[in-house]
Design a protein around this ligand. Structure first.
Ligand code: CP
Length: 316
């Protein structure tokens, strides 16, 4: 059974195939509108979400399938003490594919060990968020026309920001990408990602604290929210939450074709005055999230032997 728990569960060829399929869906939506007729997606969200859950659900509906699930642990039998494993075993009797978000790192991995249907990690604690990464890759590809030969600045909470961890792992497999990691000391990228991904592959990276000093170098700027829900201490969050606020003044030296991404939700780290700048891609990024999740579900269902309602040329 093929699952997607980490961005590294997909080969570069598989990622490129999903991005290509997502672009075909964008260009020819009608051809996919019945592809998942009779199929059911279960969204098991033990932690809050707006984009990820609703884009998964919208994606399955636009593929002609149905959706069931819950949007908080409180409305599931987890409140009675049911384990993630048992919940997954039960739901895999009702659904053809499961998207799971959980505050505990590793919960979707545990689910994949007992599931009878494909599991997609929709975010586990401060660990990984592989479908956000597919969204980010499709956005970079559509905005820049390539997934190689650029400098990306990742800014904000690089310690708890699971989208950053998954994105670094995925982009580290493409050619000639330089990473500039912009964070206060307390919120730097975890050491295992530096040593096991960037240093192990000899990938160029810098760790800096000032956004302004590197702005002119960047082709892509990936802003992130300081993850309040992962802090043990409110005072630390309050001290760090507004470390970076991107505004017009900070963009003064930026490239004219900079792509500004943010997984959202934002709190205060991008001023709304930036939203109308053509370089602000984050709302286009949201739309890409739905198409890439359509492509991922089709790919996983097909890989696991499901019969899809697609014409022969689209099934190839
Ligand atoms: N980007 C993202 O994961 O957003 P949600 O938490 O709203 O799903």
């Amino acid at each position: 059974m093929k699952h997607v728990i980490d961005s590294t569960d997909l080969t570069v060829e598989e990622i490129d195939g999903i991005l290509k399929l997502a672009q075909d869906i964008i260009d020819d939506k009608e051809a996919y509108s019945e592809a998942c007729k009779g199929k059911k997606l279960a969204t098991l969200f033990f932690e809050p979400s707006t984009r990820t859950r609703l884009s998964f659900e919208s994606a399955m509906m636009e593929l002609g399938g149905n959706v069931l699930g819950f949007s908080s642990a409180d409305s599931s039998s987890a409140t009675k003490g049911e384990s993630v494993g048992d919940t997954t075993r039960v739901v895999s009797c009702y659904a053809d594919i499961i998207a799971m978000r959980h505050p505990k790192e590793g919960a979707p991995m545990r689910a994949s060990m007992v599931s009878g249907v494909p599991i997609i990690n929709a975010g586990d604690g401060g660990h990984n968020h592989p479908t956000q990464t597919l969204t980010d890759l499709l956005t970079i590809l559509r905005e820049k026309g390539r997934l190689d030969n650029f400098t990306i600045g990742l800014c904000g909470d690089l310690k708890f920001g699971r989208t950053v961890h998954s994105l670094i792992k995925a982009l580290s497999r493409y050619k000639n990408i330089k990473f500039i990691l912009i964070a206060p000391k307390e919120l730097r990228v975890p050491e295992y990602i530096i040593s096991e991904v960037l240093e192990a592959k000899n990938i160029p990276y810098e760790e800096v604290e000032s956004m302004e000093e590197v702005m002119s170098e960047l082709d892509v700027l990936y802003m992130t929210r300081v993850q309040k829900e992962r802090f043990f201490n409110e005072a630390d969050y309050v001290r760090l939450k507004d470390t970076y606020i991107l505004d017009g003044k900070k963009l003064k030296n930026a490239k004219s074709d900079l792509a500004i991404l943010h997984p959202l939700p934002r709190v205060n780290e991008i001023s709304v005055e930036i939203d109308d700048d053509p370089r602000a891609c984050y709302f286009r990024q949201v739309m890409n999230g739905k198409f890439v999740r359509m492509a991922l579900m089709l790919t996983l269902l097909k890989a696991n032997g499901a019969k899809l309602n697609l014409s022969a040329d689209k099934l190839a």
